[in-house]
Design a protein around this ligand. Structure first.
Ligand SMILES: Nc1ncnc2c1ncn2[C@@H]1O[C@H](COP(=O)(O)OP(=O)(O)OP(=O)(O)O)[C@@H](O)[C@H]1O
Ligand SMILES: [Mg+2]
Length: 361
């Protein structure tokens, strides 16, 4: 790698657009992905995640805009000249070939010497922990092992960028967790710029350094997972990244801290820093529930409500509380032996004021 390549970002996407006929599937996508970063594209079905990944790999219609890999414009290069490796959702191993052959295939196409091929295949299989199974055929492997072979087959060509399109979606829950750790570990070891597509928020949170949330072909927000979860820029991101209480209303300025007046006429004190908007958003775990009249303080907005539903989810109890006609969800960490509120109980909700966001839309 030259020093220019080392310094350049892993991937730069400039004002990218992709259309199928009259349908604009990606609009004005602009992103910088650092060298060695693990980056997730997250969004609902049909939001354009695969289309974006395929555009980087060189598949699909010719996009507008530009794509650069380590400083080189690859927009007009065919897929095989891009130094980009993609693992597709259906990992499509060749059933008639052994594991070793499957992994070697891409190198044979590239006309490397036998020795070089053997060495690199061994290394890749060792990295995914499957060297011992090199002589088997895909049908003699579990789903997770096949997945690893698909990964080995891609990393063996030593791409500059690794693209993974929902690579864990065919695996059971435990295997998914194991595999996402394995992929992350491998990516760190190789310092490989990696883009991972998923619609599973937990998967994106646990693996990625940065993520981009897409909706209808437009990037809504980019940042580290916790930053997006805690400070979503709009209601779509707030709702997509977990459960959110959203209450509509208006901000009423005040001498001290402003007040949020809900459409149903209830006042919720905000903190000083809040500006204008038409909704407040807060997460269920930032609300405490206690018996009516039992607690409160300056740091909290206190609301009187009535419990209408109680869900036991294991680690947490989720209460649905009617507050003046608005439903507020509250997550309470469940501890063995602790008594819980029942439907019909009057309670005080204490919302951490600093955790409340005021959003425009
Ligand atoms: N070849 C095509 N021709 C026409 N429209 C297409 C084509 N491929 C994709 N689309 C449309 O582009 C949009 C984005 O599709 P894409 O596959 O990128 O979504 P996605 O975010 O990957 O969704 P999923 O989570 O379901 O995989 C969809 O509305 C889809 O119908
Ligand atoms: Mg997809």
């Amino acid at each position: 790698m030259t020093s220019i390549e080392q310094e350049a970002p892993g991937v730069v996407i400039e004002d990218l657009g992709v259309s199928f006929g009259d349908t604009h599937v990606l609009k004005g996508v602009t992103l910088t992905i650092k060298h060695g970063e693990f980056f997730a594209f997250l969004g609902p079905s049909g939001s354009g995640k695969s289309t974006l990944l395929r555009a980087i790999a060189g598949f699909g219609p010719r996009p507008t805009g530009r794509i650069l890999v380590q400083g080189h414009d690859i927009t007009d290069l065919p897929p095989w000249k891009r130094d980009v490796g993609m693992v597709f959702q259906s990992y499509a191993l060749w059933p008639h070939m052994t594991v070793r052959k499957n992994v070697a295939f891409g190198l044979e196409e590239r006309k490397l010497t036998r020795n070089e091929i053997d060495e690199r295949v061994e290394k890749a299989l060792d990295m995914v922990g499957l060297l011992k199974l090199a002589g088997r055929r895909p049908s003699q492997l579990s789903g997770g092992q096949q997945q690893r072979i698909a990964l080995a087959r891609t990393i063996v060509i030593e791409p500059k960028v690794l693209l993974l399109d929902e690579p864990l979606s065919n695996l059971d829950a435990n295997l998914r967790i194991q595999m996402r750790r394995d992929i992350r570990e491998l990516q760190q070891k190789l310092q490989l710029t990696t883009i991972f597509v998923t619609h599973d928020q937990e998967e994106a949170n646990t693996t990625s350094d940065q993520m981009a949330v897409l909706d209808q072909g437009v990037i809504q927000q980019v940042g580290p997972p916790m930053e997006l979860y805690d400070n979503p820029v709009n209601l779509f991101v707030a709702k997509f990244l977990g459960t959110a209480n959203i209450i509509k209303g208006t901000v009423i300025p005040n001498d001290g801290a402003p007040v949020f007046r809900t459409d149903r006429g209830m006042d919720i004190p905000l903190s000083r820093k809040h500006s204008n908007g038409s909704s407040i958003v807060f997460r269920p775990q930032n609300v405490d529930v206690c018996a009516a009249g039992a607690g409160g303080g300056e740091a909290h907005a206190k609301l009187l409500g009535k419990v209408v539903q109680v869900e036991f989810l294991g680690a947490i109890i989720r209460y649905g509380v009617d507050v003046n006609g608005d439903m507020v969800l509250v997550d309470h960490a469940h501890k063995k032996g602790e008594s819980i509120f029942q439907a019909g109980d009057s309670v005080d909700l204490l919302i951490d004021r600093e955790s409340i966001l005021v959003l425009v839309a």
